[in-house]
Design a protein around this ligand. Structure first.
Ligand SMILES: C[S@@+](CC[C@H](N)C(=O)[O-])C[C@H]1O[C@@H](n2cnc3c(N)ncnc32)[C@H](O)[C@@H]1O
Length: 313
């Protein structure tokens, strides 16, 4: 990430997903002594912890924190006087801190209230979503955002067991619904090793994406981030599932071409001046040693692109 963002002393960066501040720490130390970072997170608990961790850098004016979703980046950057920046980072999804806190309701391994909001102070949690929506709407969420093959059977089981209020209840409902769908696989480890992930993984991912409007957030944020970059500035995006990675890949690819396909236009698209150049054709995946040290990194995919130098703001 540091190489990809080309972090230099005195550089100015935006970390759209502060989390525990690991990446921000690296940005601050590699942009030492006078580099600056604007850090955003939707989670007020993340902001509180990062505020304590980086009290010195905040006092020195090198780190500015904002409790905001990253689709607010343009507004927040303007508010804090970040007109253009050298690099922007998004490390998508949820933090280990959130996953390991049962009260946040992200994990099927611990029982807790079924919430899953990055910002528990706004909107509605996952329990409200699955207890209010119709069977068809739940099935659609599980299929679209979890790519869950058994979306209909799981949605039916959820509706039959409502109200569902805890992560443990939901995990059990999903597990049973899946066993009913594929009883032949029982006791065989799922056959061909396919069932290595917990049966509720895709359902939990889908609900989290829906609750936090994760794909909408990303779609709204990307153009703002491109506008904030100086010519030659870099974007580094880490995705943890294929829906996000596909969105980033397609968005970067469309902006790196001289012709933008659009079937609604008579010529099948239009010519355009490319605004981005893609730095790595294939996404960067963690090395085996990193996965060994940090198994949660295993599905991470990093994509980097540079804003074309000729693009004026
Ligand atoms: C994978 S963690 C980031 C970890 C961080 N890079 C670090 O080094 O510790 C993702 C963080 O992004 C936050 N987040 C997710 N979606 C967000 C959004 N749309 N806007 C702002 N923050 C978001 C989550 O609350 C979480 O703290």
């Amino acid at each position: 990430m540091l190489t990809g963002l080309n972090v230099q002393p005195g550089g100015c960066f935006i970390d759209g997903t502060l989390g525990g501040g690991g990446h921000t720490q690296a940005l601050l130390s590699h942009s030492h002594p006078n580099g600056r970072v604007l850090g955003l997170d939707a989670d007020p608990a993340a902001i509180r912890r990062v505020r304590e961790r980086f009290a010195k850098e905040i006092n020195a004016g090198r780190l500015i924190l904002a409790h905001a979703t990253f689709d607010q980046t343009a507004r927040v950057a303007k508010q804090h006087g970040f007109a253009t920046v050298d690099g922007i980072l998004l490390d998508l999804g949820l933090s280990s801190f959130q996953l390991d806190t049962p009260a946040r309701g992200f994990a099927f391994q611990h029982d807790g209230p079924l919430d899953m909001r990055f910002d528990p102070t706004v909107g509605r949690g996952a329990a409200e979503l699955i207890n209010r929506k119709s069977w068809a709407e739940i099935a659609d969420i599980l299929y679209r955002y979890g790519e869950e093959r058994h979306s209909r059977a799981i949605a039916r089981a959820i509706v039959a067991n409502r109200p569902v209020t805890t992560t443990g209840e939901l995990a059990n409902i999903v597990r049973k619904a899946k066993l009913d769908c594929a009883p032949a696989r029982r006791g065989r480890g799922g056959g061909r090793g396919r069932q290595k992930i917990h049966p509720a993984t895709r359902t939990f991912q889908a609900l989290r994406i829906a609750v936090n409007d994760e794909l909408g957030q990303l779609e709204r944020a990307l153009p703002q981030m491109l506008a904030l970059l100086r010519g030659g500035g870099r974007l580094a995006m880490i995705a943890f599932h294929s829906l996000e990675d596909r969105l980033i890949k397609g968005w970067m690819r469309d902006r790196s071409r001289g012709f933008l396909p659009d079937p609604s236009l008579p010529a099948g698209g239009r010519e355009q001046v490319p605004t981005l150049s893609i730095c790595n054709k294939k996404p960067i995946a963690p090395a085996a040693i990193e996965i060994e040290k940090n198994p949660r990194s295993r599905s991470a995919r990093l994509r980097i692109a540079e804003k074309c130098k000729s693009i004026s703001l």
